[in-house]
Design a protein around this ligand. Structure first.
Ligand code: URA
Length: 260
């Protein structure tokens, strides 16, 4: 039999590191799971259950709302405030901070990761944990640092336990990223990891196929931005053997900066 400390450690090891409350979030939001999955006392409560089509409608509405809010944001600071006030993404319920973006907003280079992790969620800045330290070393290897780049993520809110974001979560957060790109007008985007690259470039290619070459991103305003995808630093921390490929990507970036 586990004691309470062992049970908590077991939860942490399983990736359960957020406690939202005694009642499942789906009930608090008036969206109920199948009754069979609930303890009898809760199942017997008369909870309104939107049909699946209603949920899809809610999701579409949230995306449209996000797009409208983003379009109406004329500056980066307005967009940051809009993200902080936005209630259309359920990830916000389980995170501590809206991690919008940081670094030099005048920079030529924009770096895009997937989503904040535990450290970023605690501090409110992107890439401040172990992955961030490795990212700093990668930048330093070609003479860059945070004063020369702007850093953001596809999602401004941490998915619980760092799970991969769902398509619906990505869809509702993408307008905030796309508008950041329009407002900051970077010359170069470096996108880290397969999930972020797929979201930005709207494809399903593996990161191994996407990395190592220049691609293009078109803004809704018709501007074209050069994009370089590479492995995510978190992946490199687990697979040091891939560092040579990331070095090759960094050299591509350094060459492009010399020629620009
Ligand atoms: N991983 C990311 O993709 N982004 C962060 O900000 C931190 C870790």
């Amino acid at each position: 039999m586990m004691n309470e400390k062992e049970l908590l450690e077991w939860y942490l090891a399983a990736g359960v590191d957020v406690i939202c409350g005694d009642v499942p979030g789906c009930l608090r939001q008036n969206v109920s799971p199948p009754k069979a999955a609930l303890p009898t006392a809760i199942a017997e409560e008369n909870v309104a259950r939107p049909a699946i089509t209603d949920l899809a409608q809610m999701s579409l509405k949230a995306c449209k709302n996000a797009r409208d809010i983003c379009e109406a944001s004329a500056t980066l600071e307005e967009l940051r405030a809009a993200a902080e006030a936005f209630e259309g993404c359920s990830l916000k319920l389980t995170s501590n901070k809206t991690v919008f973006g940081g670094g030099n907003s005048q920079a030529k280079i924009m770096i895009i990761g997937e989503a904040p992790g535990a450290d970023e969620d605690r501090i409110g800045e992107p890439f401040v944990g172990r992955s961030g330290h490795l990212l700093d070393k990668m930048l330093a290897a070609i003479g860059l640092d945070r004063s020369k780049v702007y850093i953001t993520n596809v999602l401004p809110w941490r998915p619980p336990g760092n799970r991969t974001p769902t398509d619906a979560e990505v869809a509702v957060c993408l307008p905030f990223l796309r508008r950041q790109i329009e407002l900051l007008k970077p010359e170069i985007i470096v996108v880290l990891g397969g999930s972020a690259a797929n979201s930005l470039l709207d494809n399903k290619e593996t990161i191994s196929r996407l990395r190592g070459k220049w691609q293009e991103y078109q803004t809704a305003k018709g501007d074209s931005v050069a994009v370089l995808a590479s492995f995510h630093p978190a992946y490199l921390l687990r697979n040091a053997a891939q560092k040579a490929k990331v070095w090759a990507d960094l050299l591509l970036l350094a060459k492009k900066l010399q020629n620009n």
